[in-house]
Design a protein around this ligand. Structure first.
Ligand SMILES: Nc1nc(=O)c2c([nH]1)NC[C@@H]1CN(c3ccc(C(=O)N[C@@H](CCC(=O)O)C(=O)O)cc3)CN21
Ligand SMILES: CC(C)C(=O)C(=O)O
Ligand SMILES: [Mg+2]
Length: 275
């Protein structure tokens, strides 16, 4: 039930203040997903700033075709495993599909991810319609990472995993959603699979850091799925780079990813989408 000393803030650790300072100072924020203790520890040693216990675990760990079957209980379990490895990296837990059909149930689910999992922030997919939940979480001391663009929990509504925000009206709606989420108290925003120019514009317009995945080089940081970086995903998304196929081992691969993000040499043109 408890996650022990994981709840205590530590000097030098990444937190929301540090993330805001990194945006202000122009230091790219290097993020990865993690699902277990061993790989989280390797990511931590490689200098990854933020570890997301993504509901992508349904696909890369459990072998499902979508993220939809993942439960709060499962995210708690993986978050506890990851949190035990983290001293410096910020631990973020994904709110799974149907864990927040309304603000009250969302607050309860997020509270469990923090209290039982040891998460320091929760992430949730969605736009302005989630603003009420975001402000409830904020008011209760739970930092929030919002998630716009491709939202894998909408896969059945979208009819597949594809680029979002190419049409002018879609781009404007995304910008309005981003503003609403920031105003509601979101501390961070992930943009997934959006044209590079739109992501660059949003990162410039928002006060909070914007982390991209398939969103070009104009974001304040980058995130990828760990398995894609290690090169163990048979058919990874085009925006991923398999550092593990270029490096001699797991630790050099993770270090190369962090170095490439910090040097802004990843993502390249070939890892992004144009309008
Ligand atoms: N291994 C893995 N990596 C991910 O990044 C990831 C997951 N799983 N599971 C959850 C979601 C699903 N994601 C995906 C999956 C596939 C594409 C994909 O195939 N995209 C096409 C572009 C399609 C288009 O042009 O509109 C591509 O070529 O990459 C994108 C995001 C991102 N997330
Ligand atoms: C790809 C990231 C952003 C995610 O939501 C996940 O891993 O579940
Ligand atoms: Mg997710």
């Amino acid at each position: 039930m408890t996650s022990g000393d994981r709840q205590r803030p530590r000097g030098g650790a990444v937190n929301v203040t540090r993330l805001a300072a990194m945006k202000r100072d122009g230091e790219p924020i290097a993020c990865l997903t993690a699902y277990d203790y061993g790989f989280a520890a390797a990511c931590e040693r490689a200098g990854v700033d933020l570890l997301l216990v993504g509901d992508s675990l349904g696909m890369v760990v459990q072998g499902h075709e979508t993220t939809l079957p993942v439960t709060v209980e499962e995210v708690i379990y993986h978050t506890r495993c990851v949190a035990r490895a983290c001293r410096r990296s910020l631990v973020v837990a994904d709110m799974p599909f149907m864990s927040h059909p309304d603000a009250e149930s969302g607050l309860a689910s997020a509270g469990r991810l923090v209290k039982e999992g040891g998460a320091q922030m929760v992430k949730l997919e969605g736009g302005a319609e989630q603003a009420a939940l975001v402000s409830r979480l904020s008011a209760n001391g739970i930092p929030v990472c919002a998630h716009l663009g491709l939202r894998p929990q909408q896969v059945h509504k979208l009819g597949g995993y594809r680029v979002q925000g190419r049409a002018e009206a879609e781009a404007e709606a995304m910008a309005a959603d981003a503003r609403a989420l920031e105003e509601a108290g979101a501390d961070l925003l992930i943009l997934e699979c959006v044209p590079a120019a739109l992501a660059r514009r949003l990162a410039g317009a928002l006060a909070i850091p914007v982390i991209g995945i398939g969103a070009g080089s104009g974001c304040d940081g980058q995130i990828l799925v760990l398995h894609d970086v290690l090169g163990v995903t048979p058919q990874p998304p085009r925006f991923a780079r398999a550092f593990g196929r270029e490096a001699a081992g797991v630790e050099p691969a993770l270090a190369a990813y962090v170095e490439a993000v910090k040097a802004r040499s990843f993502p390249g043109e070939q890892h992004g989408f144009q309008a």
